[in-house]
Write a protein that binds this ligand. Structure first.
Ligand code: CP
Ligand code: NVA
Length: 319
């Protein structure tokens, strides 16, 4: 059974296929009825809040001809202690795929191991791969031009530099390091001491053959030098609310200000997975800059995730 739990669950050829299909689905949106998930129900099991991920998956499943079933963890027995494994086995008898947003990354791995349907990671404390594939597609759209195919879209990322500022130990930072290595990009992380990539994440990087595939610095200006993309994320991720005061103080030097953004390449893009907290990780002026592509990123969640679901459905049909 093929799953999408982390960036490296797709081969480079499948990444190129995802980009090509996302572009096709984006171009053709609304022109024909979706068939790929016809007569299928895909369940979303969410333990955390969501705007973009929930809505883009629900709309995307519908547009592919399927039926989305949203399950708040606390509304099902999983929230009252039924095991992850039994939940996976039971839901596999009803639905054709599981899209899961939770805290512990091990939970998506356990669902995938115990169930018999594809599982998509819709964000854990460790990784957010749907966002990274979407972001990479969004950059590639800009860099490869309108006629580019999947391989050209992927090739347009090679050698580009991304600077990630702020909470450099969060799911988005981890996912961007993994994604950058998979796509052939360079990545520089700038964050406070103590927010270096964790031992657990470094073990995954090593396992994937990407050991040391990033730069970590406490100097934001060093990270943004020669960067093609300046990226940031909230300083207080879901589940970290108790650390809010301490994090805001520690991360204050890493705000993407107009001055920091101007120190990247002159044509650099600004990106943020959203939701944003203007005045914390980014200044309002940068969010509103013409080179900020935050809402293209949000829109592309729909097209990219439709491509990911289509590829999983086809791969799993082939067995
Ligand atoms: N970027 C993202 O995943 O947004 P949501 O939390 O709104 O789904
Ligand atoms: N790092 C953030 C990402 C939100 C999309 C969080 O986990 O809350």
């Amino acid at each position: 059974m093929k799953h999408f739990l982390k960036e490296t669950d797709f081969t480079p050829a499948e990444v190129a296929e995802t980009f090509a299909l996302a572009r096709k689905l984006k171009t053709e949106r609304g022109q024909r009825a979706g068939e790929v998930l016809r007569h299928q129900t895909w369940a979303l099991i969410f333990s955390k809040s969501s705007t973009r991920t929930r809505v883009s998956f629900e709309v995307g499943i519908h547009e592919l001809g399927g039926n989305p079933l949203f399950l708040n963890k606390n509304d099902i027995q999983l929230g009252r202690g039924e095991s992850v494994e039994d939940t996976a086995k039971v839901l596999s008898r009803f639905v054709h795929g599981l899209i899961v947003r939770t805290y512990e990354h091990a939970e998506v791995e356990r669902l995938a191991a115990a169930g018999t349907v594809p599982v998509i990671n819709a964000l854990t404390d460790f990784l957010h791969p749907c966002q990274i594939y979407t972001d990479a597609f969004t950059m590639a759209e800009r860099w490869a031009g309108p006629a580019a195919g999947g391989a050209e879209l992927l090739a347009s990322l090679k050698g580009r530099k991304i600077a990630f500022l702020g909470d450099t130990a969060c799911n988005m930072a981890n996912s961007w390091v993994l994604g950058a290595n998979l796509f052939g990009m360079k990545i520089s992380l700038a964050g406070p001491k103590g927010f270096e990539p964790t031992a657990e994440f470094q073990a995954l990087l090593a396992k994937e053959g990407f050991a040391g595939g990033y730069e970590f610095t406490t100097d934001p200006m060093r990270a943004v030098k020669d960067a093609d993309v300046v990226y940031t994320d909230v300083w207080v991720s879901m589940g970290k609310e108790e650390e809010k005061r301490e994090r805001l103080a520690l991360m204050a030097p890493y705000t993407v200000s107009a001055e920091v953004f101007a120190a990247a390449k002159p044509d650099a893009l600004f990106m943020h997975c959203l939701p944003a907290h203007p005045g914390e990780e980014v200044q309002r002026a940068v969010l509103d800059n013409p080179r900020s592509i935050i809402f293209d990123q949000a829109e592309n969640r729909l097209h990219t995730q439709k491509a990911i679901m289509s590829i999983l459905a086809a791969a799993n049909r082939r067995g």
